[in-house]
Design a protein around this ligand. Structure first.
Ligand SMILES: Nc1ncnc2c1ncn2[C@@H]1O[C@H](COP(=O)(O)OP(=O)(O)O)[C@@H](O)[C@H]1O
Ligand SMILES: [Mg+2]
Length: 458
Protein backbone atom coordinates (compact mmCIF):
# COMPACT_ATOMS: atom_id res chain seq x y z
CA UNK A 1 0.00 0.00 0.00
CA UNK A 2 1.20 3.46 -0.83
CA UNK A 3 2.66 5.45 2.02
CA UNK A 4 2.69 8.81 0.30
CA UNK A 5 2.17 11.71 2.64
CA UNK A 6 -0.89 13.88 2.00
CA UNK A 7 1.35 16.69 0.78
CA UNK A 8 3.00 14.37 -1.69
CA UNK A 9 -0.33 13.12 -2.92
CA UNK A 10 -1.53 16.65 -3.54
CA UNK A 11 1.69 17.46 -5.31
CA UNK A 12 1.23 14.51 -7.63
CA UNK A 13 -2.38 15.42 -8.31
CA UNK A 14 -1.24 18.96 -9.11
CA UNK A 15 0.55 17.59 -12.12
CA UNK A 16 -2.75 16.76 -13.75
CA UNK A 17 -5.46 18.79 -12.11
CA UNK A 18 -5.59 22.55 -11.89
CA UNK A 19 -6.95 24.10 -8.73
CA UNK A 20 -9.55 22.20 -6.68
CA UNK A 21 -7.25 22.27 -3.69
CA UNK A 22 -9.89 21.44 -1.13
CA UNK A 23 -10.86 18.30 -2.98
CA UNK A 24 -7.27 17.26 -3.40
CA UNK A 25 -6.64 17.72 0.28
CA UNK A 26 -9.62 15.62 1.31
CA UNK A 27 -8.81 12.70 -0.93
CA UNK A 28 -5.20 12.87 0.23
CA UNK A 29 -6.30 12.67 3.84
CA UNK A 30 -8.68 9.81 3.13
CA UNK A 31 -5.91 7.88 1.49
CA UNK A 32 -3.42 8.54 4.20
CA UNK A 33 -5.98 7.47 6.77
CA UNK A 34 -6.14 4.10 5.16
CA UNK A 35 -2.44 3.73 5.51
CA UNK A 36 -2.61 4.93 9.11
CA UNK A 37 -5.32 2.43 9.84
CA UNK A 38 -3.00 -0.33 8.75
CA UNK A 39 -0.54 0.71 11.44
CA UNK A 40 -3.13 0.71 14.24
CA UNK A 41 -3.21 -2.34 16.55
CA UNK A 42 -5.57 -4.92 15.24
CA UNK A 43 -8.37 -4.74 17.81
CA UNK A 44 -8.86 -1.06 17.20
CA UNK A 45 -8.14 -1.26 13.50
CA UNK A 46 -11.33 -3.12 12.84
CA UNK A 47 -13.28 -0.27 14.39
CA UNK A 48 -11.92 2.31 12.04
CA UNK A 49 -14.00 2.75 8.93
CA UNK A 50 -12.87 4.59 5.84
CA UNK A 51 -13.97 8.19 5.68
CA UNK A 52 -15.87 8.27 2.44
CA UNK A 53 -16.13 11.45 0.47
CA UNK A 54 -18.72 13.29 -1.56
CA UNK A 55 -17.33 15.58 -4.22
CA UNK A 56 -19.84 18.26 -5.05
CA UNK A 57 -19.54 20.32 -8.17
CA UNK A 58 -20.87 20.92 -11.66
CA UNK A 59 -19.85 18.74 -14.52
CA UNK A 60 -16.40 19.02 -16.05
CA UNK A 61 -14.53 20.47 -13.11
CA UNK A 62 -12.30 17.50 -12.37
CA UNK A 63 -14.22 15.21 -10.02
CA UNK A 64 -13.65 12.03 -11.95
CA UNK A 65 -10.17 13.07 -12.90
CA UNK A 66 -9.12 13.53 -9.28
CA UNK A 67 -10.39 10.09 -8.28
CA UNK A 68 -8.86 8.40 -11.29
CA UNK A 69 -5.47 10.00 -10.82
CA UNK A 70 -5.58 9.14 -7.16
CA UNK A 71 -6.02 5.49 -7.91
CA UNK A 72 -3.24 5.49 -10.51
CA UNK A 73 -0.97 7.27 -8.14
CA UNK A 74 -1.32 4.62 -5.49
CA UNK A 75 -1.93 1.67 -7.77
CA UNK A 76 -5.25 1.07 -6.04
CA UNK A 77 -7.97 -0.97 -7.68
CA UNK A 78 -10.41 1.53 -9.10
CA UNK A 79 -13.86 1.25 -10.54
CA UNK A 80 -16.19 4.00 -11.64
CA UNK A 81 -19.93 3.53 -11.79
CA UNK A 82 -22.91 5.75 -12.29
CA UNK A 83 -25.18 5.40 -9.30
CA UNK A 84 -28.03 6.44 -11.56
CA UNK A 85 -27.76 3.27 -13.60
CA UNK A 86 -29.27 1.34 -10.75
CA UNK A 87 -32.50 3.22 -11.24
CA UNK A 88 -32.75 2.63 -14.94
CA UNK A 89 -35.59 0.60 -16.27
CA UNK A 90 -34.27 -2.83 -17.03
CA UNK A 91 -31.87 -2.62 -14.18
CA UNK A 92 -34.62 -2.96 -11.64
CA UNK A 93 -33.22 -4.87 -8.77
CA UNK A 94 -29.87 -5.13 -10.43
CA UNK A 95 -27.85 -5.89 -7.47
CA UNK A 96 -25.45 -3.23 -6.41
CA UNK A 97 -22.95 -5.80 -5.22
CA UNK A 98 -21.87 -6.10 -8.82
CA UNK A 99 -19.72 -3.02 -8.29
CA UNK A 100 -17.49 -4.95 -5.93
CA UNK A 101 -17.40 -7.93 -8.26
CA UNK A 102 -16.46 -5.74 -11.19
CA UNK A 103 -13.73 -4.15 -9.14
CA UNK A 104 -12.30 -7.55 -8.33
CA UNK A 105 -12.57 -8.75 -11.89
CA UNK A 106 -10.70 -5.67 -13.10
CA UNK A 107 -8.03 -6.18 -10.49
CA UNK A 108 -7.57 -9.87 -11.23
CA UNK A 109 -7.14 -9.09 -14.90
CA UNK A 110 -4.73 -6.29 -14.22
CA UNK A 111 -2.58 -8.36 -11.88
CA UNK A 112 -2.67 -11.28 -14.25
CA UNK A 113 -1.46 -9.12 -17.09
CA UNK A 114 1.23 -7.70 -14.87
CA UNK A 115 2.45 -11.12 -13.78
CA UNK A 116 2.48 -12.34 -17.33
CA UNK A 117 4.51 -9.32 -18.30
CA UNK A 118 6.97 -10.17 -15.55
CA UNK A 119 7.53 -13.70 -16.86
CA UNK A 120 7.56 -12.59 -20.45
CA UNK A 121 11.22 -13.30 -21.00
CA UNK A 122 11.06 -16.74 -19.50
CA UNK A 123 7.95 -17.53 -21.47
CA UNK A 124 9.70 -16.44 -24.64
CA UNK A 125 12.57 -18.78 -23.93
CA UNK A 126 10.24 -21.73 -23.46
CA UNK A 127 8.40 -20.76 -26.60
CA UNK A 128 11.69 -20.70 -28.44
CA UNK A 129 12.48 -24.25 -27.38
CA UNK A 130 9.03 -25.32 -28.45
CA UNK A 131 9.55 -23.64 -31.77
CA UNK A 132 12.84 -25.43 -32.28
CA UNK A 133 11.13 -28.71 -31.45
CA UNK A 134 8.53 -27.91 -34.05
CA UNK A 135 11.13 -27.10 -36.64
CA UNK A 136 13.28 -30.10 -35.79
CA UNK A 137 11.02 -32.93 -34.74
CA UNK A 138 13.06 -35.74 -33.23
CA UNK A 139 16.20 -33.93 -33.97
CA UNK A 140 18.46 -37.00 -33.81
CA UNK A 141 16.73 -38.60 -36.72
CA UNK A 142 16.51 -35.48 -38.80
CA UNK A 143 17.93 -37.10 -41.88
CA UNK A 144 15.04 -39.53 -42.05
CA UNK A 145 12.34 -37.08 -41.05
CA UNK A 146 11.51 -36.22 -44.64
CA UNK A 147 7.85 -36.87 -44.05
CA UNK A 148 7.45 -33.65 -42.11
CA UNK A 149 7.26 -30.92 -44.66
CA UNK A 150 8.06 -28.12 -42.30
CA UNK A 151 11.10 -29.78 -40.90
CA UNK A 152 12.21 -30.70 -44.34
CA UNK A 153 12.28 -27.16 -45.59
CA UNK A 154 14.34 -26.07 -42.67
CA UNK A 155 16.73 -28.90 -42.91
CA UNK A 156 17.25 -27.96 -46.50
CA UNK A 157 18.08 -24.55 -45.30
CA UNK A 158 20.75 -26.03 -43.17
CA UNK A 159 21.98 -28.49 -45.72
CA UNK A 160 25.13 -26.51 -46.34
CA UNK A 161 26.16 -27.48 -42.87
CA UNK A 162 24.88 -31.01 -43.33
CA UNK A 163 26.33 -33.73 -41.18
CA UNK A 164 26.51 -31.52 -38.11
CA UNK A 165 25.46 -32.89 -34.80
CA UNK A 166 21.86 -32.33 -33.95
CA UNK A 167 22.70 -29.97 -31.11
CA UNK A 168 24.62 -27.67 -33.34
CA UNK A 169 21.87 -27.84 -35.93
CA UNK A 170 19.54 -26.73 -33.22
CA UNK A 171 21.81 -23.86 -32.29
CA UNK A 172 22.11 -22.78 -35.91
CA UNK A 173 18.37 -22.85 -36.24
CA UNK A 174 18.09 -20.88 -33.04
CA UNK A 175 20.26 -18.12 -34.31
CA UNK A 176 18.35 -18.06 -37.59
CA UNK A 177 15.15 -17.80 -35.62
CA UNK A 178 16.52 -14.98 -33.53
CA UNK A 179 17.78 -13.09 -36.53
CA UNK A 180 14.42 -13.22 -38.19
CA UNK A 181 15.61 -15.47 -41.01
CA UNK A 182 12.65 -17.78 -40.51
CA UNK A 183 10.04 -15.06 -40.40
CA UNK A 184 8.44 -16.09 -43.65
CA UNK A 185 8.25 -19.79 -42.83
CA UNK A 186 5.16 -21.56 -41.68
CA UNK A 187 4.79 -24.06 -38.88
CA UNK A 188 1.91 -26.24 -37.78
CA UNK A 189 0.63 -25.03 -34.49
CA UNK A 190 -1.94 -26.51 -32.16
CA UNK A 191 -4.22 -23.69 -31.25
CA UNK A 192 -6.96 -24.06 -28.74
CA UNK A 193 -10.34 -23.49 -30.18
CA UNK A 194 -12.86 -22.71 -27.54
CA UNK A 195 -15.73 -21.24 -29.41
CA UNK A 196 -18.83 -22.49 -27.69
CA UNK A 197 -21.82 -21.14 -29.55
CA UNK A 198 -24.22 -23.41 -27.69
CA UNK A 199 -23.50 -21.73 -24.42
CA UNK A 200 -24.35 -18.32 -25.72
CA UNK A 201 -28.06 -19.04 -25.55
CA UNK A 202 -27.96 -19.03 -21.77
CA UNK A 203 -28.14 -15.57 -20.45
CA UNK A 204 -26.32 -14.55 -17.37
CA UNK A 205 -29.31 -12.89 -15.82
CA UNK A 206 -29.83 -14.19 -12.35
CA UNK A 207 -26.53 -15.98 -12.33
CA UNK A 208 -24.94 -12.61 -12.04
CA UNK A 209 -26.13 -12.44 -8.48
CA UNK A 210 -23.72 -15.14 -7.57
CA UNK A 211 -21.06 -13.87 -9.81
CA UNK A 212 -21.10 -17.13 -11.66
CA UNK A 213 -20.34 -16.99 -15.27
CA UNK A 214 -21.77 -19.86 -17.20
CA UNK A 215 -19.22 -19.65 -19.89
CA UNK A 216 -16.36 -19.80 -17.43
CA UNK A 217 -17.96 -22.68 -15.63
CA UNK A 218 -18.53 -24.76 -18.70
CA UNK A 219 -15.28 -23.60 -20.17
CA UNK A 220 -13.56 -25.63 -17.53
CA UNK A 221 -15.71 -28.70 -18.12
CA UNK A 222 -15.71 -28.91 -21.84
CA UNK A 223 -12.44 -30.42 -22.97
CA UNK A 224 -10.32 -27.94 -24.77
CA UNK A 225 -10.61 -28.67 -28.41
CA UNK A 226 -7.57 -27.82 -30.38
CA UNK A 227 -6.98 -27.56 -34.02
CA UNK A 228 -3.87 -27.46 -36.10
CA UNK A 229 -3.24 -24.39 -38.08
CA UNK A 230 -0.42 -23.25 -40.31
CA UNK A 231 0.95 -20.00 -39.04
CA UNK A 232 3.99 -17.93 -39.73
CA UNK A 233 6.88 -18.33 -37.34
CA UNK A 234 6.67 -14.87 -35.70
CA UNK A 235 2.96 -15.26 -35.06
CA UNK A 236 3.49 -18.76 -33.71
CA UNK A 237 6.15 -17.42 -31.37
CA UNK A 238 3.75 -14.79 -30.05
CA UNK A 239 1.01 -17.35 -29.53
CA UNK A 240 3.25 -19.84 -27.79
CA UNK A 241 4.89 -17.19 -25.63
CA UNK A 242 1.47 -15.98 -24.52
CA UNK A 243 0.43 -19.53 -23.73
CA UNK A 244 3.58 -20.15 -21.76
CA UNK A 245 3.19 -16.87 -19.89
CA UNK A 246 -0.27 -17.99 -18.88
CA UNK A 247 1.05 -21.31 -17.68
CA UNK A 248 3.80 -19.68 -15.69
CA UNK A 249 1.46 -17.44 -13.76
CA UNK A 250 -0.02 -18.91 -10.63
CA UNK A 251 -3.65 -17.93 -10.92
CA UNK A 252 -4.53 -18.82 -7.36
CA UNK A 253 -1.86 -16.51 -6.12
CA UNK A 254 -3.03 -13.73 -8.40
CA UNK A 255 -6.59 -14.09 -7.17
CA UNK A 256 -5.49 -14.03 -3.56
CA UNK A 257 -3.46 -10.89 -4.15
CA UNK A 258 -6.30 -9.27 -6.04
CA UNK A 259 -8.78 -9.94 -3.26
CA UNK A 260 -6.41 -8.51 -0.71
CA UNK A 261 -5.74 -5.47 -2.82
CA UNK A 262 -9.42 -4.81 -3.36
CA UNK A 263 -10.21 -5.25 0.32
CA UNK A 264 -7.33 -3.15 1.57
CA UNK A 265 -7.00 -0.41 -1.00
CA UNK A 266 -9.92 -0.52 -3.42
CA UNK A 267 -11.59 2.71 -4.48
CA UNK A 268 -15.08 2.83 -5.88
CA UNK A 269 -16.12 6.03 -7.58
CA UNK A 270 -19.86 6.48 -7.38
CA UNK A 271 -20.76 9.05 -9.95
CA UNK A 272 -24.09 10.90 -10.11
CA UNK A 273 -24.97 10.07 -6.56
CA UNK A 274 -27.35 13.03 -6.56
CA UNK A 275 -29.50 11.22 -9.11
CA UNK A 276 -30.54 8.66 -6.52
CA UNK A 277 -31.59 11.18 -3.97
CA UNK A 278 -35.19 10.50 -3.01
CA UNK A 279 -37.32 13.54 -3.73
CA UNK A 280 -38.03 13.19 -7.39
CA UNK A 281 -35.85 10.19 -7.93
CA UNK A 282 -38.79 7.95 -8.65
CA UNK A 283 -38.55 6.85 -12.20
CA UNK A 284 -40.58 3.71 -12.49
CA UNK A 285 -43.06 1.83 -10.39
CA UNK A 286 -40.46 0.15 -8.23
CA UNK A 287 -37.33 2.02 -8.92
CA UNK A 288 -36.95 4.70 -6.37
CA UNK A 289 -33.74 6.45 -5.60
CA UNK A 290 -34.26 5.74 -1.98
CA UNK A 291 -34.49 2.04 -2.70
CA UNK A 292 -31.13 2.20 -4.39
CA UNK A 293 -29.69 4.06 -1.45
CA UNK A 294 -30.91 1.29 0.83
CA UNK A 295 -29.29 -1.26 -1.42
CA UNK A 296 -26.06 0.67 -1.40
CA UNK A 297 -25.92 1.01 2.32
CA UNK A 298 -24.70 -2.46 3.30
CA UNK A 299 -21.90 -2.32 0.79
CA UNK A 300 -20.75 1.06 1.91
CA UNK A 301 -21.11 0.01 5.54
CA UNK A 302 -19.12 -3.09 4.89
CA UNK A 303 -20.38 -6.51 4.00
CA UNK A 304 -19.15 -9.66 2.38
CA UNK A 305 -19.81 -9.96 -1.30
CA UNK A 306 -19.80 -13.35 -2.97
CA UNK A 307 -17.84 -13.47 -6.15
CA UNK A 308 -16.75 -16.24 -8.41
CA UNK A 309 -13.28 -15.85 -6.95
CA UNK A 310 -14.51 -16.15 -3.39
CA UNK A 311 -15.88 -13.80 -0.74
CA UNK A 312 -14.71 -10.19 -0.70
CA UNK A 313 -15.20 -7.82 2.19
CA UNK A 314 -16.16 -4.29 1.32
CA UNK A 315 -15.42 -2.85 4.78
CA UNK A 316 -12.32 -0.93 3.78
CA UNK A 317 -13.13 0.01 0.26
CA UNK A 318 -12.98 3.76 -0.07
CA UNK A 319 -16.06 5.24 -1.68
CA UNK A 320 -15.74 8.54 -3.44
CA UNK A 321 -19.12 9.79 -4.52
CA UNK A 322 -19.67 12.68 -6.86
CA UNK A 323 -22.59 14.74 -7.96
CA UNK A 324 -23.65 18.15 -9.11
CA UNK A 325 -26.31 18.52 -6.40
CA UNK A 326 -28.08 21.28 -8.27
CA UNK A 327 -31.57 20.60 -7.02
CA UNK A 328 -30.94 18.36 -4.04
CA UNK A 329 -28.49 18.47 -1.16
CA UNK A 330 -26.32 15.81 0.41
CA UNK A 331 -28.56 16.14 3.45
CA UNK A 332 -31.40 14.75 1.33
CA UNK A 333 -29.65 11.38 1.29
CA UNK A 334 -31.01 8.85 3.75
CA UNK A 335 -29.39 9.52 7.13
CA UNK A 336 -27.55 6.20 7.31
CA UNK A 337 -25.83 6.93 4.03
CA UNK A 338 -25.04 10.49 5.01
CA UNK A 339 -23.22 9.15 8.00
CA UNK A 340 -21.12 6.97 5.78
CA UNK A 341 -20.02 9.90 3.69
CA UNK A 342 -18.76 12.26 6.36
CA UNK A 343 -16.49 14.28 4.12
CA UNK A 344 -18.10 16.75 1.73
CA UNK A 345 -16.09 18.93 -0.55
CA UNK A 346 -17.24 21.50 -3.01
CA UNK A 347 -15.29 21.89 -6.20
CA UNK A 348 -14.94 25.29 -7.74
CA UNK A 349 -16.44 26.02 -11.08
CA UNK A 350 -13.85 26.94 -13.64
CA UNK A 351 -13.34 30.25 -15.39
CA UNK A 352 -11.07 31.37 -18.21
CA UNK A 353 -8.04 31.74 -15.99
CA UNK A 354 -8.23 28.10 -15.00
CA UNK A 355 -8.88 27.15 -18.60
CA UNK A 356 -5.62 28.79 -19.67
CA UNK A 357 -3.81 26.68 -17.14
CA UNK A 358 -5.72 23.52 -18.00
CA UNK A 359 -4.83 24.01 -21.64
CA UNK A 360 -1.14 24.35 -20.98
CA UNK A 361 0.02 23.11 -17.59
CA UNK A 362 -0.97 19.51 -16.88
CA UNK A 363 1.39 16.79 -18.01
CA UNK A 364 -1.21 15.67 -20.49
CA UNK A 365 -2.47 19.17 -21.32
CA UNK A 366 -4.78 19.43 -24.29
CA UNK A 367 -2.50 21.74 -26.25
CA UNK A 368 0.43 19.41 -25.79
CA UNK A 369 -1.66 16.56 -27.11
CA UNK A 370 -2.42 18.45 -30.30
CA UNK A 371 1.19 19.52 -30.72
CA UNK A 372 2.27 15.90 -30.41
CA UNK A 373 -0.36 14.73 -32.88
CA UNK A 374 0.73 17.24 -35.49
CA UNK A 375 4.36 16.56 -34.92
CA UNK A 376 3.81 13.13 -36.37
CA UNK A 377 3.14 14.95 -39.64
CA UNK A 378 6.25 17.08 -39.19
CA UNK A 379 4.09 20.08 -38.52
CA UNK A 380 5.25 22.36 -35.78
CA UNK A 381 2.42 24.28 -34.20
CA UNK A 382 2.97 27.23 -31.91
CA UNK A 383 0.31 28.84 -29.75
CA UNK A 384 0.83 32.47 -28.87
CA UNK A 385 -0.11 33.37 -25.33
CA UNK A 386 -2.99 35.60 -26.23
CA UNK A 387 -4.36 32.91 -28.51
CA UNK A 388 -4.58 30.56 -25.56
CA UNK A 389 -6.23 33.28 -23.57
CA UNK A 390 -8.66 33.82 -26.41
CA UNK A 391 -9.61 30.15 -26.48
CA UNK A 392 -10.08 30.12 -22.72
CA UNK A 393 -12.28 33.19 -22.78
CA UNK A 394 -14.44 31.83 -25.55
CA UNK A 395 -14.83 28.60 -23.58
CA UNK A 396 -16.00 30.57 -20.59
CA UNK A 397 -18.43 32.63 -22.63
CA UNK A 398 -19.95 29.63 -24.33
CA UNK A 399 -20.30 27.90 -20.97
CA UNK A 400 -22.16 30.89 -19.64
CA UNK A 401 -24.30 31.30 -22.69
CA UNK A 402 -25.34 27.72 -23.27
CA UNK A 403 -24.64 25.03 -20.73
CA UNK A 404 -21.76 24.94 -18.29
CA UNK A 405 -19.83 21.79 -19.05
CA UNK A 406 -16.63 23.03 -17.48
CA UNK A 407 -13.30 22.04 -18.95
CA UNK A 408 -15.01 19.65 -21.32
CA UNK A 409 -15.83 22.71 -23.39
CA UNK A 410 -12.18 23.05 -24.23
CA UNK A 411 -12.23 19.77 -26.12
CA UNK A 412 -14.97 20.82 -28.51
CA UNK A 413 -13.51 24.26 -29.00
CA UNK A 414 -10.04 22.96 -29.78
CA UNK A 415 -11.41 20.48 -32.24
CA UNK A 416 -13.34 23.20 -34.00
CA UNK A 417 -10.39 25.57 -33.96
CA UNK A 418 -7.94 23.12 -35.42
CA UNK A 419 -10.17 21.22 -37.78
CA UNK A 420 -8.67 22.63 -40.97
CA UNK A 421 -5.13 22.12 -39.81
CA UNK A 422 -5.81 18.58 -38.71
CA UNK A 423 -7.36 17.87 -42.07
CA UNK A 424 -4.66 19.44 -44.20
CA UNK A 425 -1.61 18.67 -42.11
CA UNK A 426 -0.13 15.92 -44.32
CA UNK A 427 -0.15 18.20 -47.36
CA UNK A 428 0.98 21.45 -45.83
CA UNK A 429 4.04 23.06 -47.37
CA UNK A 430 4.57 25.47 -44.57
CA UNK A 431 5.48 23.16 -41.70
CA UNK A 432 5.35 25.80 -39.01
CA UNK A 433 1.98 27.12 -37.96
CA UNK A 434 1.54 29.95 -35.55
CA UNK A 435 -1.83 30.19 -33.88
CA UNK A 436 -2.40 33.77 -32.81
CA UNK A 437 -5.33 35.65 -31.41
CA UNK A 438 -6.50 36.61 -34.87
CA UNK A 439 -6.65 33.01 -36.01
CA UNK A 440 -8.72 32.11 -32.95
CA UNK A 441 -11.10 34.99 -33.49
CA UNK A 442 -11.53 34.25 -37.16
CA UNK A 443 -12.25 30.63 -36.57
CA UNK A 444 -14.50 30.89 -33.58
CA UNK A 445 -16.05 34.30 -33.34
CA UNK A 446 -18.99 33.76 -35.65
CA UNK A 447 -19.86 30.48 -34.07
CA UNK A 448 -19.52 31.86 -30.61
CA UNK A 449 -21.68 34.89 -31.27
CA UNK A 450 -24.47 32.82 -32.64
CA UNK A 451 -26.04 31.13 -29.67
CA UNK A 452 -27.85 28.50 -31.68
CA UNK A 453 -24.77 27.67 -33.66
CA UNK A 454 -22.58 27.34 -30.63
CA UNK A 455 -25.11 25.09 -28.99
CA UNK A 456 -24.57 22.66 -31.82
CA UNK A 457 -20.94 23.08 -32.59
CA UNK A 458 -19.07 24.08 -29.48
N1 LIG B 1 -9.40 21.15 -12.68
C1 LIG B 1 -9.03 20.53 -13.80
N2 LIG B 1 -7.74 20.48 -14.20
C2 LIG B 1 -7.39 19.85 -15.31
N3 LIG B 1 -8.23 19.26 -16.14
C3 LIG B 1 -9.53 19.28 -15.83
C4 LIG B 1 -10.00 19.91 -14.65
N4 LIG B 1 -11.33 19.76 -14.59
C5 LIG B 1 -11.67 19.05 -15.66
N5 LIG B 1 -10.61 18.75 -16.43
C6 LIG B 1 -10.63 18.01 -17.68
O1 LIG B 1 -11.97 18.04 -18.18
C7 LIG B 1 -12.44 16.74 -18.51
C8 LIG B 1 -13.62 16.33 -17.67
O2 LIG B 1 -13.26 16.25 -16.31
P1 LIG B 1 -13.94 15.24 -15.29
O3 LIG B 1 -13.06 15.08 -14.13
O4 LIG B 1 -14.33 14.01 -16.00
O5 LIG B 1 -15.23 16.06 -14.91
P2 LIG B 1 -16.34 15.74 -13.82
O6 LIG B 1 -16.15 16.76 -12.74
O7 LIG B 1 -17.62 15.92 -14.53
O8 LIG B 1 -16.14 14.35 -13.33
C9 LIG B 1 -11.26 15.83 -18.36
O9 LIG B 1 -10.66 15.67 -19.62
C10 LIG B 1 -10.31 16.57 -17.43
O10 LIG B 1 -8.99 16.27 -17.73
MG1 LIG C 1 -17.42 12.80 -14.01
Amino acid sequence: MSNLKPKEIVKELDKYIIGQNKAKRSVAIALRNRWRRQQVPEDLRDEIAPKNIILIGPTGVGKTEIARRLSNLTDSPFNKIEASKFTEVGYVGRDVESMVRDLLELTVNKLKAREQEAVKEKAWQIAEERMLDLLLPKSEKHQTQKSDATAETHLELLSSSGGDESSSTREKLRSMLRNGKLDNRYVDLEVSDRAMPVVEIFSNVGMEEMGINFKDMLGGLIPKSTKRRKVKVPEAMETMAAEEAQNLVDLDKVVKQAIEKVEQSGIIFLDEIDKIVGKNGTKGPDVSGEGVQRDLLPIVEGSTVTTKYGPVKSDNILFIAAGAFHTVKPSDLIPELQGRFPIRVELDSLGWKEFVRILTEPKNALLLQYLALLKTEDVEMVFENDAVEGIAKIAEEVNNMTENIGARRLHTIMECLLEDILFDAPDLHEKRIVIDRLYVENKLKDIKDDEDLSRYIL
